[in-house]
Design a protein around this ligand. Structure first.
Ligand code: AHN
Ligand code: ZN
Length: 332
């Protein structure tokens, strides 16, 4: 707020001092940061970063492995420490190769009594195959999944802590989806492969933790922790939830993060927001790091053995976390 005031005054002074007509400041609403509309708590990026580190220390959280079980226990304990109501939805789905995959979707709720709600979500599992690694020898190795998994969960754990400290005006559900990333390897030829991505979210969309669960909107976090991340306006988000894309982009721009939230269209991504939009009819956006200059169009270390802890950046976690807190606490 202060910065902007000073900026405007100094413009006026400059204009005044050289005796020229004051320049009309023509700016779109979002190009000048004006700050949050209500007091918003300060997102602690150190704490989100630490939660990412803890997840990575379990090893890749690939379904049906001990690391996956241990990480689930950590996430459930953490959410229970912050939320009055945590529901763990357990079940089984089948992978593209008919492997039975046990899963746990973890749902933490604030203000359960109100229908005026929003949901935030991320996937917590790790991909079993680094099938976009530059070296084909690594294609069957699991992904450490620092950005593609841990980052969104790390942000949500810190959001949970903030919600425990200051109860929001609306209902909030944080959902950690399992088995997002067990889709077929890129060299595996099959029809209808899309159905094997986002299976935890598909299950939840068909069997919500509460009968007829609904929220005004949803925000999915996917790869939200890498240095200098760029968030483009993803296609499915724009098809089903353009207003929510604009709401989040506007909040991010207003609080000073215009270099992250770009007003540019991105591709159409098969992700956990698809079943939430199409089955539950909750307008849900995918806040996802898309990179026009990378080979895959995603964050450059996507589905490679390079998606490791060192790729995470506290500044990006802060951008995403502070923007989400702004959206949550501004909501009425
Ligand atoms: C597909 O590759 C079909 N969807 C990407 C969704 C995803 C995977 N996001 C993170 N990992
Ligand atoms: Zn992935």
């Amino acid at each position: 707020m202060k910065k902007i005031t000073l900026f405007v005054i100094s413009l006026a002074l400059i204009a005044g001092s050289c005796n020229q007509p004051a320049k009309q400041v023509t700016a779109t609403q979002d190009s000048v940061a004006t700050g949050p509309r209500v007091p918003v708590p300060d997102f602690n990026a150190d704490s989100a970063y630490e939660s990412c580190k803890i997840q990575l220390a379990f090893g890749p959280r690939v379904p049906n492995t001990p690391a996956h079980d241990k990480c689930a226990a950590y996430l459930i304990g953490k959410m229970k420490s912050y939320s009055p109501q945590v529901i763990v939805q357990k079940g089984q789905v089948y992978a593209y190769d008919k492997t039975a995959l046990k899963f746990q979707n973890i749902i933490a709720t604030w203000n359960p009594e109100t229908n005026n709600r929003i949901m935030l979500c991320a996937h917590w599992d790790s991909r079993p195959y680094a099938d976009h690694d530059p070296d084909p020898k690594n294609w069957k190795k699991p992904v450490a999944a620092a950005n593609d998994g841990a980052s969104g969960v790390g942000v949500l754990i810190e959001v949970a802590r903030q919600l425990s400290l200051l109860n929001p005006a609306i209902g909030v559900d944080l959902i950690l989806f399992d088995v997002e990333d067990y889709g077929p390897p890129q060299d595996y030829i099959m029809d209808n492969s899309d159905q094997y991505w986002g299976q935890g979210a598909q299950y939840w969309a068909n069997n919500p933790h509460k009968t007829d669960y609904f929220a005004k909107y949803g925000i999915l976090l996917d790869m939200v922790g890498a240095k200098d991340a760029t968030f483009l306006m993803e296609g499915i988000s724009m098809k089903y939830a353009a207003d929510i894309v604009k709401l989040v982009w506007s909040a991010g721009n207003r609080i000073g993060y215009s270099s992250y939230f770009l007003y540019e269209k991105g591709g159409w991504i098969t992700d956990d927001h698809v079943p939430i939009n199409t089955i539950r009819n909750i307008p849900t956006i995918d806040l996802i790091h898309l990179d026009k200059n990378s080979e895959t169009g995603f964050y450059p270390f996507w589905h490679t053995t390079g998606d490791t802890f060192d790729k995470l950046d506290k500044a990006t976690l802060k951008v995403v976390g502070q923007t989400l807190l702004t959206v949550i606490y501004e909501e009425k």
